[in-house]
Ligand binder design. Sequence first.
Ligand code: CS2
Ligand code: MG
Length: 402
Amino acid sequence: MKITDAKVIVCGPGRNFVTLKVTTEEGLYGLGDATLNGRELSVASYLKDHLIPCLIGRDARNIEDTWQYFYKGAYWRRGPVTMTAIAAIDTALWDILGKSVNRPLYQLLGGASREGVLCYGHASGETAEETLAALGDYLKQGYKAVRLQSGVPGLPKTYGVGRGKDHYEPAEKGLPPEATWNTEAYLRSAPELFKKAREKYGWDVHLLHDVHHRLTPIEAARLGKDLEPYRLFWMEDPVPAELQEGFRLIRRHTTTPIAVGEVFNTIFDCQQLIQEQLIDYIRSTVVHAGGITHLRKIASLAEMYHVRTGCHGATDLSPVAMGAALHFGLSVHNFGIQEYMRHSKETEKVFPHAYSFKDGYLHPGEKPGLGVDLDEALAAKYPYERAYLPVNRKLDGTLHSW
Ligand code: CS2
Ligand code: MG
């Protein structure tokens, strides 16, 4: 099953995406998401200029060897651009394998371990009241788990709020927008939001929150303690996670579950967090952590330490990544939850897919491989336009994690 062609399709239906399409001598093709929000063209070039010349002629069935070839073969290892490029190749090869035996991918990963993939939506609003109204909408749609993000009093805008009811798109065309941040105002307002949510909607819905890398460990410990009465499903990215041991301090002070990992790209970024049980959910994804092959290895390590998966699923991960995540999530034993930030209508049209949502659960469908396609003619109608994620500054102008 020789690979005879591989091409990179860059398009912008609602937001920018990079997709790899690999074709074999039998005419089978597989897709891989290669989107890295704000740095899309770096991955496109890494694939086009460096990896694809070495991919042509390889046997598409040798997925593990191809992974090792591009990981070890680069000499310069790890990093989001490298691992997203490798992920795209890996995902495309798994897609081809499923198509070659006419089976949905989850059946090649060990079959279904559950009926459906529990997912969470994103309720947000400028105020707590707006956010709670949005939460009510998600409950009406049948969601069992909802992330709450609200504006911070005194700040013009903040992460996770805005851009439409059903989905949130942080990247903006032009140069990076500048946001402002006030930790003290945030630490006062966030617990209030969840207190009101529990008072209004009770305990039958899982509530999640994304701190988005913005606190110090002691501030995160304080937030975790303040949130304990509201029993969150998780507090996400409480601190920047380069210092894995920093989570020991948070763990000493609070039982609020912790989720980390959407910015990780290899098992080494989370090894200590998992082995010391400093986190409860690992959010690494198919598209940014080296593909299905590597994500399975991360999940296996996590399983040993009671850590469950909670894969990232924002709008900047294409339906190709979502499809792959759902096959993985349906099968992996220590599954936790899958993020489901709905894509725009334009995105859905360019990437027709077999996955579906019902009563708070997603299912990848039964189509061979990933069950996701790319309409290249339609994609060509949505050209790429450079866009950046915001940068964030404290009130005194100090640059801060966004
Ligand atoms: C967020 C993302 O979904 C999440 O948990 O952290 O929206 C993140 O900000 C974007 O994926 C960045 O591109
Ligand atoms: Mg996040």
